[in-house]
Ligand binder design. Sequence first.
Ligand code: SF4
Length: 127
Amino acid sequence: MNTKSRRSFFKWAFTSLGVAAVLKSTSSYAKLACPQAAPTAEKVKKKLLDYTGKTAKRLAFVDNAATAKANKAKKVKGFNKFVDGSNCANCKFYKAPVDNYGKCAMVANKYVPSCGWCKSYKKNNKA
Ligand code: SF4
């Protein structure tokens, strides 16, 4: 490999790495880590569902759909309706997301994490 082709190779490699880094940081490419980090947006923090409160318990709400899957496997009451791939982000009650937290009509429009799940889940056929 001569100096010119080596330089071309490195130029191509660094450009490719830069493009990959940009793609990875965009929401369509990035995979959200579940359970999610606590919200930072003030309006989400103010109206965040209490994950351990009465409403959450009544709906068998969990902040990570993987927990719902595990609970279904263990035959925990309230999780028998869980279907692989379901979560708040693709539920028809999940609206107006801010930083991966959306308002849910089933919990008085409190914010729920997109990774969450509850037994009122209904597939959003428009998503
Ligand atoms: S109804 Fe849908 S959006 Fe609301 S908490 Fe349950 S799964 Fe999440």
